[in-house]
Design a protein around this ligand. Structure first.
Ligand code: MOS
Length: 694
């Protein structure tokens, strides 16, 4: 595979093409789609955590002026497929978790729909539920595989024997909390069923995967369904697969042919219906000799899934490849609970999975009296320990060194430095994220009115696809980027993969390059109006011989108030090696966005699950605190000029998720350095720190 030989647009900090429309408010989001005379939907949610709906009194609601439809399990259409229990909305009276969708009101106004939905009397046969994650849960089981298709367990050598023989060991249990994606744009859809065809203007990370799911559930032909989504106000994984709300609004549209319907979930409803990061309990074991060479790495993970649909976070996966050790073990066990369905949240697997291991490395460094940066460098593997494959490129050590230098790590000292009322400490951790490319995507290039248009059903979550895809197309065509347009976010354009796994730019860009090559091959450099060619992701060029990952190192300064335990992080520096950076401006946003979300995980975000009632108690933005500007001090993202010929034709590794991996560990390690208090459960709140301060 070759590089794009003469990058000109690639590498430029071009401004967002959609920026002005967004600032002016003229970029149309799903719910705002301008349709004739829309009706509005409001869901009815179960108020028990387990049991059955025995009756719903809807007569009064249905008789009200302005109410157009009341859908319940007793009258809703039967779906073609109920295989996916999340999507089988209103197909049975069973309730599997609190907040599950059990009805929908469609009315002339959103206010009326909400009022009526909230007033419907529901009778239940309630059963005792079980929503508590415990390591001794009697139902713990090993899933067949974990998210992204990884094996559930791996083992090499004998960890127990190596631990017994090791000169220095660490054996602790770490916990990451339940977290909810909170994109500013809620999950929202405008839907129209007309003449046997469906149009969905849906906020989604992928119009084609969205359409495929809806077609499967309703038994529709893909030709009769169009999904449109030019702009997304954030997703983070929660819009990677459609959730039940999309099926419900489709059902409403089908119940009211010719009438557009709109459904936007409320912020509170999102805490039940759009997935979440499962809490994890990670037992970590590390064994090493006195020089810090690891002889054993083990992580045994317990986490939860809903009973009706399995999601297995791949928490143990990064420990498989991060550091060298002859003896290694990773396991995942799931507790099936009566809880909402967990799903993707920025760097599923790697994000929680770089917490326990990276704090454990800090604990090992402390036990050894060794610098945490040096400990990591000492355990750098020559090849991928998990697969034995050579790295496509691995510049973790360079990231560690450059990060240490930029941060001023060498002045760190032994810790517990006091400045007035504040205890000051420095901590660090490594970052990692696999370089992925989806197997299928197609792009077409058309020449029209003197301009080139690249069409592909890609999604821009606010991340920059509108801006970076023209940069790739321009270089692949050898033309000025100002002469290239893109058209994305519509199933009318060629099939594109989901914007997930940090794979969007890699996958769609590869298809665009192939389309450009086809175009040039067919028409040369002097095309006629209307000339068009398409290209697929080049399967033959998919490199399977190398282990491909982006790496990084993050350094944090923590200040802890000696009297109150208040924690501040005034400084966070990340250095990443993520292949070629297509657009430094949008890339920096992704990296500092990930780091900020990691800081948020470290200190603030926490879905407090009340196991007595089976729901998140703080299910709104008043009580679920997300790190905001006032919580962030100096935050810097840097990157190495990394060239990787194996990952894809652009040499890009993907940057959407690596920024959040390792951040929370870096912060926890800094808090320990400041205070001597080792917090092993997230978030780090002042009560946990105060308990250990003298
Ligand atoms: Mo991201 S969790 O891969 O959408």
């Amino acid at each position: 595979m070759t590089d794009l030989l003469t990058p000109r647009a690639i590498g430029q900090s071009l401004v967002r093409r959609d920026g002005v429309d967004k600032v002016r408010g003229t970029a149309t989001y799903a719910f705002e789609t301008d349709v004739e005379h829309p009706a509005y939907c409001h869901p009815v949610q179960a108020t028990i955590a387990l049991g059955r709906v025995t009756a719903m009194d809807t007569a009064a609601a249905e008789a009200l002026d302005g109410v157009l439809a009341v859908l319940t399990p007793f009258n809703a259409e039967r779906l073609a497929s109920t295989e996916d229990a999340e999507y089988a909305v209103l197909q049975s009276t069973e309730v599997a978790f609190r907040g599950q969708l059990i009805g929908l009101v469609v009315a002339e106004t959103s206010e009326l729909a909400r009022e009526v939905a909230d007033g419907i009397t529901v009778t239940y046969a309630e059963q005792p539920h079980d929503s508590e994650l415990r390591t001794d849960h009697p139902g713990l089981y090993a899933p067949e595989q974990v998210n992204a298709g990884h094996p559930t367990d791996t083992a090499e050598g004998d960890v127990d024997a190596a631990m017994a023989a090791a000169e220095v060991t660490v054996d602790h249990t770490y916990e990451t909390q339940m977290l909810h994606n909170n994109p500013i744009e809620p999950h929202a859809t405008t839907a129209l069923w007309e003449d046997g065809s469906l149009t969905l203007w849906d906020s989604t990370q992928g119009v084609h995967p969205d359409r495929a799911a809806v077609c499967e559930v309703f038994g529709l032909d893909e030709e009769r369904v169009r999904v449109v989504c030019p702009y997304v106000g954030g997703g983070f994984g929660s819009k990677g697969n459609p959730h039940a709300n999309v099926m419900l609004v489709t059902m409403a549209a089908r119940a009211l042919p010719g009438r557009p319907v709109k459904l936007a979930l409320t912020r509170q409803q999102m805490f039940f219906l759009t997935g979440y990061r499962t809490p994890t309990i990670q037992r970590m074991q590390l064994g090493a000799d006195r020089r810090g060479r690891l002889s054993a790495i083990a992580i045994d993970v317990v986490e939860q899934t809903s009973k009706i649909k399995e999601f297995a976070e791949q928490t143990g996966v990064p420990a498989r490849m991060m550091y060298a050790s002859p003896n290694r073990r990773t396991t995942h066990r799931l507790a099936p609970l009566d809880v909402p369905i967990p799903s993707w949240m920025r760097a599923p697997g790697e994000c929680p999975g770089m917490f326990g291991p990276e704090v454990a490395m800090d604990e090992l460094a402390e036990a050894l009296g060794m610098d945490p940066v040096q400990l990591r460098i000492a355990n750098e593997p020559d090849v991928d320990p998990d697969t034995g494959k050579p790295w496509s490129s691995r510049h973790l050590v360079e990231c560690l060194r450059e990060g240490a230098q930029r941060f001023g790590w060498d002045s760190r000292g032994p810790g517990r430095r006091r400045e007035g009322d504040w205890l000051v400490g420095h901590g660090m951790a490594s970052s990692v994220y696999p370089t992925m490319r989806q197997a299928t995507s197609t792009a077409s290039i058309r020449f029209s009115g003197g301009r080139y248009v690249a069409e592909i059903g890609a999604a821009d979550l606010g991340t920059g696809a509108w801006t970076v895809l023209p940069q790739i197309a321009a270089d692949a065509l050898g033309v000025d980027v100002a002469d290239v347009d893109v058209a994305i976010g519509d199933t009318r354009y060629p099939t594109a993969s989901v914007a997930g796994g940090s794979s969007g730019t890699n996958t769609w860009g590869s298809a665009i390059v192939q389309a450009a090559r086809e175009f040039r091959g067919k028409y040369g450099t002097d095309p006629q109006d209307g000339d068009e060619a398409s290209g697929d992701v080049d399967q033959a060029a998919m490199d399977d011989a190398h282990a491909a990952y982006a790496f990084g190192a993050q350094f944090a300064e923590a200040r802890v108030n000696a009297d109150t335990g208040e924690i501040r992080v005034p400084r966070l520096i990340g250095v990443f090696a993520a292949g070629r950076i297509i657009n430094p401006r949008t890339a920096r946003s992704q990296l500092i966005g990930g780091m900020t979300m990691g800081l948020s995980m470290a200190l603030h975000e926490d879905s407090v699950f009340d196991t007595r009632i089976g729901q998140v108690a703080n299910h709104d933005l008043a009580d679920y605190h997300i790190t905001v500007n006032a919580d962030v001090g100096e935050i810097e993202a840097h990157w190495l000029d990394e060239h990787d010929p194996y990952v894809n034709v652009m040499g890009a590794k993907g940057i959407g998720e690596i920024g959040i991996t390792g951040t929370a560990a870096a912060v926890v390690n800094a808090v320990h350095h400041a205070t001597g208090v080792r917090v092993r459960s997230l978030p780090v709140t002042l009560d946990k720190v105060l308990a250990g301060l003298d």
